[in-house]
Write a protein that binds this ligand. Structure first.
Ligand code: URP
Ligand code: ZN
Ligand code: ZN
Length: 475
């Protein structure tokens, strides 16, 4: 099957090109003018931007909730990410009960994900069942299985998610030997627990106490530790979901000194206001409970700048597909009201990531189109060892292509921006531009802004070791 995408403007990390793209089967076969037919299909992209399908570094579609016991279930909802222009998700794979890390990856690819995932997917290992030498020996095997990244939670103490310094250090040393990149959720759990328990002791349980009890300094302190561990072990590190200036500045200083450290932030930290959690209707307010929490305007403005000046390198969604009934687990029968400490943390957002970045960044003149492609496509693909198969429009790359209409105007709603859940954190926000057509490995999966693909279209894409963060190591 040969498809010609003609008359569009291709966006890259270095500029714009007016050229046509020939897709042959699943790959890009040629880029240029006057490409020779015959073609089976022609797509006219006049007046549209054409860019690589988004690569989302940070998704929890089928994840252990932050209580460390229950899971959310979301692979059936992954079709929504294609509508939002993201063609590859990197999902977190925690240990399945009783399974090792490698067994869990195998189970994830061959059982859980089978026939259910719509975009292509890669995986980060995520240890929640540390078995000493046995787990450490798995690092090499994970890399061989195409999983060259791991996330460890330095927060959520008292749950299976939490990893102490002994485990962090041991995993980092092992990861460095095999080209694995470490990712961390950095918040000091003792700082949080002190504030959270003090609030509860004073009778404060409402959702707003979530953001009031997770101070910036607790995040920055944990980032500092992880950065020092990375420097000492030489293990490249990506600090995910950086939410504030204090934490971002730690990364900036570390990078200036040559530490092998990168940072990610998320769309909700760029645009959503923590006071959404002040809503007296707690069933609504809990929608924005995520960690680190949403921050005030100065931190949000800092994050835009940090993406633009290369302090932070990636925009990941941190999509958590937590259904409403699970969000309502925060209700405490004994108290007769919600207890913010019991609400599973996380917001949906993978389908919204590119639209938020374009609407509030590119369209408002706060970000260049080049940066948009860099932080949403190219760098996440490079960090995860997926480049140049993913994250770029090049001859030989997978034909994951978005044809984007910059003239579209809309208002965020569940109807126009579905996420497979019954609530939409960006409800009412102004949208500028949207994906009109999306190709996944050459197949049209979004046509006229409607999903036309099938669950199971997505394939597991193995990542290669020594991703982009390794380039920061002194040679
Ligand atoms: O609140 C969040 N971010 N939930 C998802 C799990 C995590 O911490 O990344
Ligand atoms: Zn996290
Ligand atoms: Zn996360």
């Amino acid at each position: 099957m040969k498809t010609l995408i003609k008359n569009g403007t291709i966006l890259t990390t270095t500029g714009e090109i007016k050229a046509d793209i020939l897709v042959d089967g699943e790959q890009i076969a040629a880029i240029g003018k006057d490409l020779q037919g015959p073609f089976d299909k022609e797509i006219d992209a006049a007046g549209k931007y054409v860019f690589p399908g988004g690569v989302d570094n940070h998704a929890h579609f089928e994840a252990l909730n932050t209580d460390g016991k229950t899971t959310n279930a979301g692979y059936e909802t992954t079709w929504c990410t294609l509508l939002g222009g993201t063609t590859t998700i990197v999902d977190f794979c925690t240990n399945e009960p009783g399974m090792s890390l490698c067994e869990s990856i195998d189970y994830r690819i061959n059982t859980r994900a089978k026939g259910r995932v719509s975009p292509d997917f890669a995986l980060h290992a995520c240890c929640v069942d540390y078995r000493g030498e046995e787990s450490l020996a798995e690092v090499e095997k994970l890399v061989e299985m195409g999983v060259p990244t791991m996330k460890l939670f330095l927060a959520y103490k008292g749950t299976a998610l939490y990893m102490d310094d002994t485990k962090l250090l041991a995993f980092m040393k092992e990861a460095r030997k095999h080209g694995m990149t470490m990712m961390v959720h950095a918040e000091n759990p003792d700082v949080l627990d002190d504030a959270r328990d003090s609030a509860a002791a004073e009778g404060h349980y409402e959702p707003k106490y979530h953001y009031m009890t997770r101070p910036q300094w607790g995040e920055a302190e944990s980032v500092s530790k992880a950065v020092r561990f990375a420097t000492a072990t030489g293990c490249p590190l990506c600090v995910v979901h950086v939410s504030c200036e204090e934490a971002g500045e730690v990364i900036k200083e570390a990078r200036a000194k040559g530490a092998p450290v990168m940072g990610e932030t998320c769309p909700h930290y760029l645009v959503l206001d923590p006071h959404l959690m002040d809503n007296p209707d707690w069933k609504q307010a809990v929608h924005w409970i995520c960690s680190p929490p949403l921050r005030e305007e100065p931190d949000r403005e800092y994050l835009w700048k940090a993406l633009n000046n290369d302090t932070l390198s990636i925009l990941g969604s941190d999509n958590s597909s937590i259904p409403q009934y699970q969000k309502e687990w925060g209700f405490d029968e004994e108290l007769g009201c919600v207890d913010f400490r019991k609400v599973p943390n996380g917001c949906p957002g993978a389908p919204d990531r590119l639209n938020v970045c374009w609407s509030y960044g590119v369209a408002k003149g706060k970000m260049t189109k080049e940066k948009f492609v860099e932080i949403n496509m190219e760098y996440p693909a490079k960090v995860n060892g997926l480049y140049p198969r993913k994250g770029t429009i090049q001859v030989g790359s997978d034909a994951d292509i978005v044809i984007f209409d910059p003239e579209y105007r809309g208002t965020w709603s569940l109807e126009s921006n579905p996420n497979g859940l019954t609530y939409q954190p960006y409800e009412g926000c102004e949208q500028i531009g949207r994906a009109e057509t999306v190709l996944l490995r050459g197949k049209v999966v979004v046509d006229d802004a409607k999903y036309v693909g099938q669950p199971g279209d997505g394939q597991f894409i193995p990542g290669k070791p020594y991703g982009m963060a390794y380039d920061l190591l002194e040679k």
